[in-house]
Design a protein around this ligand. Structure first.
Ligand code: SF4
Length: 191
């Protein structure tokens, strides 16, 4: 794990930070950073890609339009002072093979939930965002009934309109990690 810290505007007690990072050592995180939430940028273009290219659009409580407008998502995120952002990686034979690539997502989701569990013991409130849509239920209850597991489901980062490449650059996190490597991003906002 590589330690990359950005804390200019989001203060976190160094002892608490150290304590959390010690616990995170057990997890297969590749890079991470603490980032002030206001450093996250949001774009309608990201939402447009969801709408026009993602088959999960309009099929899940974890995706748009159920998560609200990009402005609402931004306001929700900005209610948190800081974010723990991180990556995991997976090896595949061909990153262009969507089926093979998506098959590696489960481990990343499990890591995201473990990180959230650790941070929930250290902060009053957390909001986790991860890669792609929620797949807890075989068939999502959306739109006919409320989410069955609102405390466990993790919305998609891009579904919130977050520009992942932008916060990766600010945090010094690699967006790509080479041929045959899938890089998954996640974040947990904290306050
Ligand atoms: S927990 Fe179930 S109902 Fe809720 S978003 Fe995930 S799949 Fe949909």
């Amino acid at each position: 794990m590589e330690k990359l810290i950005v804390t200019e505007e989001f203060y976190i007690d160094p002892r608490l930070q150290e304590e959390i990072e010690q616990q995170l050592l057990e997890l297969p995180i590749v890079q991470y950073a603490w980032l002030p939430a206001k450093e996250l940028t949001f774009s309608e273009n990201v939402r447009k890609i969801c709408r026009e290219e993602c088959p999960r659009y309009g099929t899940s409580w974890a995706c748009p339009p159920a998560v609200g407008t990009v402005t609402e998502c931004q306001e929700r995120c900005n209610a948190y002072p800081g974010a723990f952002v991180f990556t995991t990686i997976a090896e595949v034979a061909d990153t262009a093979n969507l089926e093979e690539t998506l098959a590696t997502r489960g481990e990343h989701e499990a890591v995201t939930k473990e990180i959230r569990k650790i941070l929930q013991t250290k902060f009053e409130q957390t909001l986790a965002l991860s890669a792609d849509s929620c797949e807890i239920c075989g068939t999502c209850a959306y739109p006919n009934a409320p989410c069955r597991h609102p405390d466990h489901m993790v919305p998609c980062i891009e579904g919130y309109g977050v520009v992942v490449a932008d916060f990766a650059r600010k945090a010094g996190i690699e967006f790509m990690n080479g041929a045959g490597i899938v890089t998954w991003f996640g974040m947990v906002l904290v306050k």
